[in-house]
Design a protein around this ligand. Structure first.
Ligand code: SF4
Length: 423
């Protein structure tokens, strides 16, 4: 039976041929979510989650990370994406969606990482840049709708299938891209370290993020939630027993907005909170702190949002299949969030493989857990993050400053020729 083609040089995933029984489940998944051209892979790794034989797995990099941890010359800095703290417990008998941030930090410190940072910092920084970019596009009659750019599989899809529309993608790097850039520049300067001695590692729910190391040299390794569980087991570290610890300071705090990045609709809601503040110079109203119209499980949601000075139309989508079906109708929106995986990164291809019939329950619980955390956070908006404020004051000056454009933004490539070659 036909199966998903995985090339030898795929940076995200690999097939263990001896385990494959040619059942075609991977192709079925790829068709269901993405409807891509035959032999085209955008690295989302959804096939990993549905292969009944465990024949598809992430491209493992954790042994290289161990080698760096053991190298005394290296300063190994790890950052954890929002969705990992509500899924790592699946591997250690915790309840679905249990929020394990402090245990996770304790486990990473026990593994020997020198600094443990939070990608919710990178998410808040992304929002500062992205919300500013959105306002600039609206006020200057720039290219709209603006699409989010934090999902690398979605970006790759645009580069291959809609290269004529690349101007619609926000130029912001993803949160981990921004995090890496700040570590190798700002953090290195403050700590008086040579960036060449720093090894940056991100723990993500995503295999696609592994491709970002090629695009942005500030990220050295991306490990998945499932790889982290393998590291912990190899070191006989049980998450139930590790000490709870806090993230290190400088890039260790995030707002509620940064936390909800892990679920579909989260980036949109986070951006709108900050866009309101930037436009009106006053706190975002309560409605924007609980924007039900962009939350939910459907793969398409839309809303008209009152941002004080202006009203804008927004849409949230997940699954590239949904994008392809709706693409011609999207021009009426100002701002669109797209994620490839079901319900966003909480459903990412780097998460623990669960029985198919249980996946929905776990995804719902992870989403609920992230929104609960947002609810109890005293700071719910990215502009309130004091570490971000301090960094702008001392280093980047302001969103979209020359320095910010240089280290936090990217350009895109027309990759349609790759597609033609695989047909
Ligand atoms: Fe990765 Fe999230 Fe995109 Fe899935 S939705 S490919 S987990 S960034």
């Amino acid at each position: 039976m036909a199966k998903v083609f995985v090339s030898e040089d795929n940076l995200s995933l690999q097939r263990i041929n001896e385990k494959c029984i040619d059942c075609g489940a991977c192709l079925q998944t790829c068709t269901q979510f993405n409807h891509l051209a035959p032999n085209d892979c955008v690295n989302c790794g959804q096939c990993i989650l549905t292969c009944p034989m465990g024949a598809l797995v992430p491209k493992y990099n954790y042994k290289e990370v161990f080698a760096n941890i053991h190298d005394e010359e290296k300063i190994v800095v790890v950052s954890v994406a929002p969705a990992v703290r509500v899924s790592i417990g699946d591997e250690f008998g915790f309840l679905p969606g249990e929020f394990l941030e402090k245990k996770l930090v304790g486990a990473l410190k026990a593994l020997g990482f020198d600094y443990v940072f939070d990608v919710t910092y990178g998410a808040d920084l992304t929002i500062m840049e992205e919300a500013t970019e959105l306002i600039k596009r609206i006020q200057n009659k720039g290219v709209l709708p603006m699409y989010t750019s934090c999902c690398p599989s979605w970006v790759e899809f645009m580069e291959k299938y809609y290269p004529e529309d690349l101007e619609h993608l926000s130029t912001c790097k993803s949160p981990i891209g921004m995090q890496g850039a700040i570590i190798k520049n700002y953090f290195a300067t403050l700590k008086n370290l040579n960036p060449k001695d720093i090894v940056t590692v991100t723990i993500a729910p995503c295999v696609s993020k592994k491709t970002e190391i090629k695009k942005a040299e500030d990220n050295d390794y991306v490990l998945t939630t499932s790889e982290l569980a393998m590291m912990l087991r190899e070191q006989e570290l049980d998450l139930n027993k590790v000490e709870e610890e806090n993230f290190d300071t400088l890039l260790g705090s995030g707002s509620g907005a940064g936390v909800i990045f892990g679920t579909s609709g989260g980036v949109m809601e986070a951006a709108l909170r900050t866009a309101y503040f930037l436009l009106n110079k006053k706190e975002a109203p309560l409605k924007l702190l609980n924007l039900q119209s962009v939350r939910g499980k459907e793969n398409f949601r839309e809303a008209e949002v009152d941002l004080g000075l202006i009203k804008i139309k927004v849409a949230v989508l997940y699954g590239l299949d949904a994008v392809q079906k709706m693409y011609s109708t999207l021009s009426c929106y100002h701002f669109i969030e797209v994620m490839t995986c079901p319900n966003g990164c909480i459903g990412g291809g780097g998460q623990t493989v669960l029985p198919k019939q249980k996946q929905g329950v776990y995804i719902d619980a992870r989403s609920k857990s992230l929104y609960e955390e947002d609810k109890v956070k005293t700071k719910k908006c990215s502009y309130e993050n004091e570490e971000i404020q301090e960094m702008y004051e001392n280093y980047l000056s302001s969103p979209l400053s020359k320095k910010a454009e240089e280290i936090l933004h990217i350009t895109y490539e027309d990759k349609s020729n790759v597609l033609k070659a695989t047909e």
